[in-house]
Design a binder for this molecule. Structure first.
Ligand SMILES: Nc1ncnc2c1ncn2[C@@H]1O[C@H](COP(=O)(O)OP(=O)(O)OP(=O)(O)O)[C@@H](O)[C@H]1O
Ligand SMILES: [Mg+2]
Length: 295
């Protein structure tokens, strides 16, 4: 088994929790003593900002790494663009310029493997490389999936499970057929999950007790939504080896504003605990659990 593990976060729909999951799992891996690199492959640069780096201050970024494959562009390797962040996680940042890369990529045959190739230079430096991808079916997602040992698919309660998965499965199949790379989704994370009974998963304690006493019973609409979520959850469970539910939590937004993962800012929240559980599962999947260090 190789020492390094590369994980891509993917879903073509916007706002399903790819960046949030990438950063928070990176945070718990870092807290576990792992050397972690986050690679931002999304021109929106949310992972970059989420780790406290302002993309506008950067001279070089993943744009330059991709463009160095083309004649007339400076020879910049991934090591040249990596920056340390306050959390202890290293970052290969993105800027809006990344939008300009995709048209170039279509002009070369080996476009799908550029990121995988670029990452070979840092294989000895990190234990985990986590790749954040944009909400599209484009070349950055394909590059992320090809480079990854594991893929984590994120879904939110507004996603239509089957339709969403059909499109993603098509990309996985195409990659398998065209490139001979085996891409499978190991985990699904349901983010901002309210649970099939309409409650935030993981929420409990006094607040829930009081809410239950004082709130009227569920409306017909709540029950219908609950049924929809239940079906959604069971479809997702059929499609993935492991499924995790991260509850809605205001702490998620706050941590992003502070440029830190939840592991470093608000670990004792429901969402923090769930991301810790997911990280433990990832370490176990990979046989890399370090029993000496508590997450
Ligand atoms: N568990 C959660 N509780 C509360 N808010 C959340 C939770 N997970 C994600 N969010 C919020 O939802 C929004 C979308 O999340 P995120 O940016 O991670 O999605 P994404 O899939 O990366 O989006 P995009 O497709 O645009 O890259 C963000 O504002 C984030 O703060
Ligand atoms: Mg994102």
């Amino acid at each position: 088994m190789l020492d390094i593990t590369t994980v891509a976060f993917a879903h073509h729909k916007g706002g399903t929790g790819k960046t949030t999951s990438c950063l928070n799992i990176a945070g718990y891996l870092q807290k576990n003593g792992k050397r972690v690199l986050v690679v931002d492959c999304d021109p929106q640069a949310n992972a970059t900002a989420g780790l406290g780096i302002n993309p506008e201050t950067l001279n070089v970024s993943m744009y330059d790494v991709f463009m160095s494959a083309f004649e007339g562009f400076p020879d910049i390797v991934i090591n040249d663009v990596i920056v340390p962040t306050t959390s202890g996680i290293d970052l290969a940042p993105a800027t809006l310029d990344l939008v300009g890369v995709e048209p170039y990529l279509y002009s070369i045959d080996d476009r799908a493997g550029l990121l995988k190739e670029a990452l070979t230079r840092v294989r000895d430096t990190y234990d985990f490389i986590l790749i954040d991808t944009p909400p599209s079916m484009g070349q950055f997602v394909i590059n992320g999936l090809v480079a990854a040992d594991h893929t984590i698919v994120t879904l939110d309660p507004g996603t239509f499970a089957l339709k969403g998965m059909e499109a993603l499965s098509t990309v996985f199949c195409d990659i398998r057929e065209m490139l001979g790379e085996n891409v499978t989704a190991d985990f699904a994370i349901l983010t901002r999950w309210k649970g099939s009974d309409g409650r935030a998963a993981g929420a409990g304690g006094l607040a829930l007790f009081l809410k239950r006493i004082f709130s009227p019973g569920p409306s017909a609409e709540d029950e219908k939504e609950g049924e929809r979520l239940k079906m959604f959850e069971s479809e997702v469970r059929k499609a993935f080896k492991q499924v995790f539910m991260v509850p809605y939590s205001p702490a998620i937004y706050e941590t992003q504003q502070h440029g830190l993962p939840i592991s470093h800012y608000a670990p004792e929240t429901d969402a923090g605990r769930e991301y810790r559980t997911i990280t433990t599962a990832l370490l176990e999947l990979d046989g890399k659990r370090n029993e000496d260090v508590s997450l």
